[in-house]
Design a binder for this molecule. Structure first.
Ligand SMILES: [Zn+2]
Length: 236
């Protein structure tokens, strides 16, 4: 499924506005080497991409309405290696059924899997790993800015995840440096040159279906966090 931004996504933004990349996790076309990682097969919209494409469109629209040059990208990071103020990958399939936020870690590489994305991730290729596109580095400065953005997303997403809205899954907060490698060594972090790079697990398919179905409070939390991060970075 191609990410189809709505009319609002094309709202004019000021020249020189910060560029923010918003990725609908797992949306086709997917990244070479990870093409079989199609995401959760359940959730409020039937599959994870039903959620990630909806959420990405709304985050882009909210950011553009705020004068930020937000641009959608599918699973295959497009364009490859682009600069920007932030890269935000959207998901609802954290292992263990938790919600949380991962960010890029300096000095690490991406996960390798068997073939086009099967089996357990590890830091170096399997004999049968499909080729990857070239990787961009994560510097200490990128990690610092990524952590800042992750903390802001986590704070606002946690506040949005109320029982009244149907949030039921455990909250994992910001993934630590040595945490789940699917969230800390995510390949998308290594296909962009954005200054801050995060991965949002908005919730868990099943337990959080009622919450995830709302989409808008999640889009509002993510967009507010990005705006807050951009303001903080502009002050430094
Ligand atoms: Zn996912």
């Amino acid at each position: 499924m191609i990410v189809a931004p709505g009319p609002a996504a094309h709202a004019a933004v000021p020249a020189g506005a910060p560029i923010v990349w918003v990725q609908a996790g797992h949306a086709a076309p997917r990244e070479p080497g990870y093409r079989l990682q199609t995401g959760a097969g359940a959730g409020p919209f039937g599959a994870e991409t039903g959620f990630t494409t909806r959420l990405a469109g709304r985050v882009v629209a909210r950011l553009r309405a705020a004068g930020i040059d937000a641009r959608a990208t599918p699973g295959r990071v497009t364009p490859l290696g682009a600069r920007g103020a932030a890269f935000v990958s959207l998901h609802h399939d954290a292992p263990g059924g938790r919600a949380g936020v991962g960010h890029a870690i300096a000095g690490t590489g991406e996960n390798w899997y068997r073939g086009e994305g099967l089996g357990a991730g590890r830091p170096h290729p399997y004999p049968g790993s499909a080729p990857h596109r070239p990787a961009t580095p994560v510097t200490p400065a990128v990690e610092r800015r990524s952590r800042d953005l992750a903390l802001r997303v986590a704070s606002l997403l946690r506040a949005a995840r109320t029982p009244a809205r149907g949030a039921r899954a455990p909250w994992g907060g910001v993934e630590p440096r040595d945490g789940n490698p699917r969230m800390t060594r995510y390949h998308g972090f290594h296909r962009t040159r954005a200054s801050a790079r995060v991965l949002v697990e908005a919730g868990a398919a099943g337990a959080d279906d009622a919450f995830l179905r709302r989409v808008d409070p999640i889009a509002a939390a993510v967009a507010r966090a990005v705006r807050s991060h951009l303001r903080a970075m502009a002050r430094r």
